[in-house]
Design a protein around this ligand. Structure first.
Ligand SMILES: [Zn+2]
Ligand SMILES: [Zn+2]
Length: 389
């Protein structure tokens, strides 16, 4: 009898183990139902539709780790990206600024008593380590990792530029930042102009930017970086034909900088055929991106309208005797939209619908106030959606 009991208990344990942490055991070997007692991480999905036949990949093209001045490892950065619902992550360490490195080297000196020059003489920093660790980690999560590097010079005179899709970070540095960019491009990299307004008085184009823009060295630009948003850059990106990006430039954790405050992290939406490096690069070259940050979305006018119309469906459910049509506007996505039909703005929140009416043969017209498109001069503006049913 005792034997049978033990066998039954063993079966129970096996069953609970296969139920993946739903049950835990106390020290008396009693199973307790504790569904929340798990360290398994869950992914927060950000649901978006296909747009113009393309997948909308959620990416962050700017992130740091301990291998430059970030606080976490590349492996943590990848896991965090997965948890945040990203499909694509670029690791972009500062090439010229690596504060942890110096601390480690002076520590190593102590290991070779009597031979003070040996460690320094033998140490050659490998600037590809961070990308390589992240690539290996990303494979375990199905995330596409773009190897990158940040060319980091005086922000007021030169600026910061991310080289994306690099092959060897060790060979990019040159005292002349434009030469650094050219070296990166020779590896097949795309260059993104980072945080153009950060710590500057304004976002006017400076001499160096004029030069590298003119030489065709720039492919993309950050409209948003962290909590900063530069509306005039929406128009500049359109005029110069740069892809528009919204990135975190995360150094700490997205939990502290975004999630704890109730926000999603910044994302560059990339409209790509699939999540291969090749397709992502093709999409960036074709400028099929939208910049998402703190509920605000920026992009080229037609693309952002196509995105809106893919997110929001209109279903007529009543036409009265006068031909007045009443429709349900359905938003089955994670996007929030702020609509203005003339009066006060109203929200079309994620996974909700609202009803709208339009008179016979009239146009339904409204602006989407959390979307930004290129305007005149330095101004950005909101798109106007006009629909005829
Ligand atoms: Zn920077
Ligand atoms: Zn950065």
């Amino acid at each position: 009898m005792k034997r049978i009991f033990i066998l039954a208990a063993a079966c129970l344990v096996a069953a609970s183990a296969s139920a993946q942490s739903i049950y835990t055991q106390d020290k008396n070997n009693v199973d307790m139902l504790r569904p929340t007692a798990s360290h398994e991480v869950l992914r927060s999905e950000f649901v978006l539709p296909q747009v113009n036949g393309y997948k909308v990949l959620k990416s962050d093209l700017h992130a740091h780790t301990i291998y430059s001045d970030g606080n976490v490892t590349p492996e943590y950065r990848v896991r965090e990206a997965w948890v945040d619902g990203l499909d694509v992550l670029a690791i972009t360490e500062h090439i010229e600024y690596r504060p942890s490195e110096g601390k480690m080297i002076s520590y190593l000196k102590g290991f070779f008593p009597g031979e003070p020059n040996k460690p320094n003489g033998n140490i050659l920093t490998d600037l590809n380590v961070s990308n390589n660790l992240a690539i290996a980690a990303a494979a375990g999560y199905g995330i596409t990792l773009i190897p990158g590097a940040e060319i980091t010079r005086d922000q007021n005179k030169i600026g910061h530029y991310n080289a994306l899709f690099v092959k060897d970070v060790n060979t990019i540095y040159d005292p002349d930042p434009a030469v650094s960019m050219k070296k990166a491009r020779e590896q097949g990299a795309l260059i993104m102009h980072n945080h153009p307004g950060w710590i500057r008085k304004n976002v006017d184009i400076i001499e160096f930017e004029e030069k590298v823009y003119g030489e065709g060295l720039i492919d993309g630009i950050e409209i948003m970086n962290g909590s900063e948003f530069y509306p005039p850059i929406v128009t500049r990106a359109f005029e110069k034909n740069f892809f528009m990006a919204a990135n975190t430039d995360i150094h700490g954790t997205t939990t502290m900088d975004y999630v704890q405050q109730g926000h999603r992290r910044n994302m560059t939406f990339i409209l790509a055929k699939d999540n291969s490096l090749e397709s992502i690069k093709e999409a960036l070259k074709a400028r099929r991106t939208l910049a998402y940050s703190f509920g605000t979305l920026a992009g080229e006018e037609q693309l952002i309208k196509d995105f809106f119309m893919a997110c929001v469906k209109f279903e007529t459910f009543k036409v009265d005797a006068n031909g007045k049509r009443t429709m349900r506007m359905i938003n089955n996505t994670s996007m929030n939209f702020v609509l203005r039909f003339g009066g006060n703005p109203v929200e079309l929140r994620p996974f909700t619908s609202r009803n709208v009416s339009v008179a016979k043969d009239a146009e339904l017209s409204f602006t989407v106030e959390n979307l930004w498109i290129p305007g005149e001069g330095k101004e950005a503006k909101h798109p106007v959606i006009k629909l005829k049913f």
